[in-house]
Design a protein around this ligand. Sequence first.
Ligand code: ADP
Ligand code: MG
Length: 682
Amino acid sequence: MQKGKIGVTTENIFPVIKQFLYSDREIFLREMVSNAVDATQKLKTLSSKGEFNGDLGDLTIHITVGKDTITVSDRGLGMTAGEIDKYINQIAFSGANDFLDKYKNDANAIIGHFGLGFYSAFMVSKQVEIVTKSYKEGSQAVRWSCDGSPEFQITDAERDDRGTDIILHIDDDSKEYLQETTIQALLKKYCRFLPVPIACGKKKEWKEGKEVETAEDNIINNVEPLWTRTPSELKDEDYKNFYRELYPMQEEPMFWIHLNVDFPFHLTGILYFPKIKSNLDLQKNRIQLYCNQVFVTDSVEGIVPDFLTLLHGVIDSPDIPLNVSRSYLQSDSNVKKISGYITRKVADRLTSIFKNDRKEFESKWDDVKLFINYGMLTEEDFYSKMEKVALFKDTEGTYFTYEEYRKLIEPNQTDRNKNLIYLYATNKEEQFGYIEAAGNKGYSVLLMDNQLDIPMIGMLEQKFGNNSRFQRVDSDSIDNLIAKEDTVKNDLPAGQLRMITKVFSSQMPKMEKADFHVDAQSLGESALPVMITCSEYMRRMKDMAAIQPGMGFYGEMPDMYTVILNKDHKLIQRILEDAGAACDAKVKPEEEKLAALKERQSELRKAREGKKDEEVPQEEKDEMKEIDGKISEAEETISGIYSGYAADNKTVHELIDLALLQNGMLKGEALSSFIRRSVELI
Ligand code: ADP
Ligand code: MG
């Protein structure tokens, strides 16, 4: 029997392992099983090189859950006493204290740094035994045992077959691992695609309404997962089946990419484009990261660009340093290269589908759009790869590349200032009237109804350059949106303009957080009599406020709407005449009064020019004040006359309500009174 002290420079590493590695304790199983797999693979290699001539036999690794123990048994190459001493007893802990301090909550980092895979067994064990026999001819089986202090014992042991048993005597505070179902679940998580069969427990079967154990081993893993196979040998069905194996509950994927690189790093994997329509967050954490078929994590943030986390599938690379902390991963140059590589591959795949089968690409566009836009918004590289491939869709469902669309609208949608106006709608139904008005002018309207479209618009305006503008169809009258002549005609005399705007503004409903400004324009006889628009600028600010914290100020502001009266429409003209006939006699004397007051006001203002406040005589100041009061009094009287007239005018109310209705702003009580009035009018 040999006794000794494990070669640590720090006094005692075991309390550290126990204490600090608490959160990730379950990875002990991954470490034990992957050592067993390594030992098995090494033996296979020796055998293929002719350095081992014995029979490989059944290489299945067995995990057995006992009353107080978990045993991991392999038929790999085993160890001699000398090898145990070299590989298990001697661990180099240079600079251990600093490192432990920094990474005390990160088991992966500690294990990786010290090459401590095997010692992670002490996270859950009060005692660990190794019973092993080397494949080398005439080897003596040995037993190594350690109770978690730096002291260990090595004795000779009895063992017929080559290979290793690792026996974990589970600690009292880790009893939860002594359930076979728990261990099976952990094996499913970490060992599902390991290259050597892993058995735990027996297969179960339904017999006479009861689940009973069979004699057959329950094999946990698929030893040849699809990504390790040659792409040319695989059919679409294989990829779909594997997707189902990974994500049993998901809808069928749309496309996939089989990754396979040897230089300058090793990486294999399969990425799937799932159907995504909305809700970014739900889809996160779906790509699984493997290292030589050992599951490492399914939170790949920092390893692949954010937008790629929307993809599904697996990435397997021995070159991603797995047993390290996340912050280290993110600055690792291999990881950066890998992330760039994947981005490029994804863009290439999409480009090739676009080029080879535009129809197919268009038919899937609505489903991949969110993903592609996310990538274009967040990765400059991806934008430049995708700008020739990304599509716009118009309200009629036709798809265009950016370039095609620009060519389409350039002749007709360039305004008098040489701005190219991209019209868009966010809701085909709600903005129907405006889309129709644009259509009547021969304009095209894009459909931008996706949650990333608003930020996309902002970015595209920058990318397309100074002369490109996006305007929502309902943000102004169509003639103002794409203004072609020098001025929009507005030849109503001032008095008439005031009358018609007062008539309508006095009757606009009082709404919380909505302000209406009434204006009259010449929109042509066939356009609607009344339209409500919301300025592009204000609305975008509010849209941004809704998705960006710190802009809440805009969100609090009332919505500012412009009510545009079409003075060319015969109903508006009729109201003009009718209101004139009803109010002119009453308004006239007030207007004369007002004109006189205004004249006096401007005289007084002139007299004041260039004078300091104290140089103005007191009586002039008093008169000024009095005139101001009288002016607003007269204005109020005039407003009162118009509003008195308008209050009983059904046409005015009907027109206002119709415009509100078109914008989805007529609700509840207002809606039912509109319906009542409409019925009366019929
Ligand atoms: P790593 O696996 O990174 O080398 P570990 O701490 O997990 O580090 O294991 C240390 C060494 O112990 C291994 O390199 C191997 O030589 C030896 N070893 C561990 N488990 C086994 C096993 N089941 N069979 C043979 N050798 C093993
Ligand atoms: Mg290991």
